[in-house]
Design a protein around this ligand. Sequence first.
Ligand code: ADP
Ligand code: F6P
Length: 323
Amino acid sequence: MPEIKTIGVLTSGGDAPGMNAAIRAVVRTGVYHGLKVYGIRKGFNGLINGDMTEMNLRSVSDIIHRGGTILQTVRCPEFKTEEGIRKAIAMARVFDLDAVVVIGGDGSFRGAKELAEMGLPVIGIPGTIDNDIGCTDYSIGFDTALNTVQDAIDKIRDTAYSHERCSVLEVMGRHAGFIAINVAVSGGAEAVVLPEEKFDLDKIVIKPIIEGRNRGKKHYVVVVAEGAGDAVEIAQAIEEKTGVEARATILGHIQRGGSPTVQDRVMASFMGAKAVELLKQGLVNRVTALKGNQVVDVEIGKALETVKTIDPYLIELNKILSL
Ligand code: ADP
Ligand code: F6P
């Protein structure tokens, strides 16, 4: 493996709070180790089009507290084609890139793996609010998104109490329910609808509301993961089947923004630095990952094969605590 002297860093897929802290850590650790670091704009698009500039210590000043990504991000369909990947490899040669650090979700990691297979070394850093990447306990952005949703639940609970209503809150997560189950527990939701459980409205939502009413409850919070159901339809069904007035709120992209929490800034700093340390050691085509309390690295192919599931006890615990 020849010595790595020049690297690129890009953010891809959905943005996540803490991506800027990760970019900062890659650039500063890279410069510390004497590497030339290019910031590649708009994900794999920037690699294909050569939209990149050299970054220095000051390029990443004053960004650690900012949500979004200063490098911006897009979903790049061209990169899913062989032609797109060939163009990206050719452009990497023009800029003398020895490796690219890809910050994103599992889709972005699949793209990074294609680059690796075509001969351009990569390191992946998990960044997605969904926290659904199998190889890591944690993905940058998850904690900030949870806190944004938690703030919304607390506010919605106030008005649900005043009106004796049921509030149905739809949260993001694509096909996964990690955001939903965690905020259901932290927000004291009466019910949570998850893609990981068979959709049975009567059992999961209607029964707990009726039983709660029989025990004296007068207002309710129901969390719906976007991959499991539609908050508006579920709110209508609740009204029809229980007689409790219901309102739906779809939180949407507010969950992707905002200043990153301490956890996201620290994790992004660790993982960004680790990515560069790996490259310095000539360890490539790997993904940084949190395992327990340790930031480790996993081969990118293995990382993509690993499936992550919700702890069934967390689902059970929510049912017990919402009695
Ligand atoms: P995330 O990284 O957050 O999961 P996406 O699934 O949208 O987001 O993936 C981000 C980008 O990664 C896509 O727009 C595409 O450019 C690239 N990508 C995703 N899947 C593949 C694939 N199988 N091969 C090559 N590139 C891919
Ligand atoms: O992967 C992050 C995420 O916010 C998902 O939770 C959501 O399903 C999706 O991205 C939304 O994507 P877009 O920003 O393209 O609407």
